[in-house]
Design a protein around this ligand. Structure first.
Ligand code: NAD
Length: 394
């Protein structure tokens, strides 16, 4: 089938297997430049198929020579429908991992469910015995509660009062003011149900009970803070309430892990283009300014560079830890000079000048690349096989 990008709202509903492979290969090539020595040899990544989770799996495998189990929630392709990008990423990742002699198996299903947790534990017991590191990198718009069966949906809204600011439609480059009404209590609660810490605690409880965490095991969950410009919609909004809950639960989990001499951490990562972040109002404009300013200062990092730095700094003991015990790899994003420049440009940006003063073109290209489109060296006019198997799907 000849595969072209096709959209429903902001979501690209097609993905290109060759482009997804190129994305994975480029990340692997970056990581293979220098190996990182580390004690984590068996890694479980929950949310391993795109964004930060995929990069964590790649750095674990090709940077640390670790064995990985990835839990993902992706759709396979058929003869006349493409798979999701995360499916093709996983196909490409596993092929490379296996070719190069690494253990890598993938579980595809709802990580929030009891069944997928049980399946993961069985696989760990059968194949790896124990896990040294758990990476929790889920971003989801909904969650079915594993006990009550209740469905919750996450909202991307401010809390308390409405929020008006500039936003960009990154397909038309039109800048306009958006006003978003505040969430009600139910929307806040539902967002916490989806993206808060309850599921993380359920995972750790089950892994501890099954005795599949090695002595000294670590659990790292990813979070985001961002600058004042995005506070109303992010950190002080519904998603920020969920992240606060995740961070609170991570401290609780840290206490529980003491029984095996382990620790739980939150890593605050930088904002970048992923399927999740491009859906948040205001954020694409901010990220396209952030990219421009970081590049000018030679400070820009993509997801694999962020995770490579996180793992290297953990290994060397140089990771920045803030007063709340969170690991900070958003230090370059949060530098006063970077944020000062963004604030200055933010006031000036209009539909007329957006392509000059921001990296909106790159944002848009990076968005397409998430789905495997827009890579050089790929013939997008040629027939591609859409129905490709993940080799080690359990
Ligand atoms: P993403 O959308 O690229 O990846 C989400 C992953 O979660 C995918 O592998 C997907 O398959 C998996 N997933 C979703 N629902 C699932 C389910 N029910 N069961 C199993 N797997 C499921 O997201 P991302 O932007 O990489 O975000 C990952 C984490 O990093 C989130 O906690 C996010 O808040 C955090 N983070 C993101 C940014 C950013 O700018 N993108 C910045 C800092 C921190």
């Amino acid at each position: 089938m000849i595969i072209k990008p096709r959209f429903r709202d902001f979501i690209c509903v097609t993905a290109h297997p060759d482009g997804c492979k190129k994305n994975v290969d480029m990340q692997i090539d970056y990581v293979k430049k220098d190996k990182i020595s580390n004690k984590f040899k068996r890694v479980l990544i929950i949310g391993a198929s795109t964004g930060y989770g995929l990069s964590s799996r790649i750095v674990s495998t090709f940077g640390w020579d670790a064995s990985t189990i990835g839990v993902v929630f992706e759709k396979p392709g058929t003869e006349n429908r493409t798979a999701t990008a995360g499916w093709y990423n996983t196909v490409a990742f596993e092929r490379r991992a296996i070719e190069e002699g690494h253990y890598a198996k993938t579980i595809n299903g709802d990580a929030f469910s009891e069944a997928i947790k049980a399946k993961t534990i069985e696989l760990i017991k059968n194949d790896l015995g124990k896990i040294d590191l758990v990476i929790y990198s889920i971003a989801s718009p909904r969650r079915k509660h594993p006990i009550t069966g209740e469905l919750s949906y996450s909202a991307l809204k401010p809390v308390g009062e409405s929020f008006k600011n500039k936003s960009v439609n990154f397909h038309t480059f039109e800048v306009s003011d958006v006003e978003i009404q505040p969430a009600n209590d139910n929307e806040i609660e539902q967002t916490i149900n989806v993206m808060g810490g309850e599921d993380l605690e359920m995972w750790v409880d089950k892994l501890l009970n099954a005795e599949v965490l090695e002595k000294g095991a670590n659990v790292i969950s990813y979070s985001y803070i961002g600058p004042k410009i995005t506070y109303p919609i992010y950190r002080n909004g519904t998603i920020g309430k969920a992240k606060e809950d995740l961070e609170r639960v991570s401290s609780k989990v840290n206490e529980k892990l003491k029984q095996i001499g382990g620790s739980a951490y939150i890593s605050i990562n930088k904002g970048l283009v992923t399927q999740s972040s491009s859906a948040i109002p205001v954020v694409p404009l901010y990220i396209s300014l952030l990219g421009k300013v970081l590049k000018e200062k030679n400070l820009e990092e993509d997801s694999v560079q962020q995770i490579y730095r996180l793992y290297s700094e953990i290994a060397s003991g140089n990771v920045i830890v803030d007063d709340r015990g969170r690991l900070r790899i958003d230090d370059r994003e949060m530098r006063a000079d970077v944020q000062g420049k963004i604030a200055e440009l933010w006031d000036k940006v209009t539909t007329e000048n957006i392509q000059q003063i921001t990296d909106i073109n790159i944002f848009r290209n990076d968005f397409f690349k998430l789905f495997g489109f827009g890579y050089e060296g790929i013939d997008y006019e040629k027939d591609s096989e859409t129905n490709i198997e993940i080799l080690n799907l359990v």
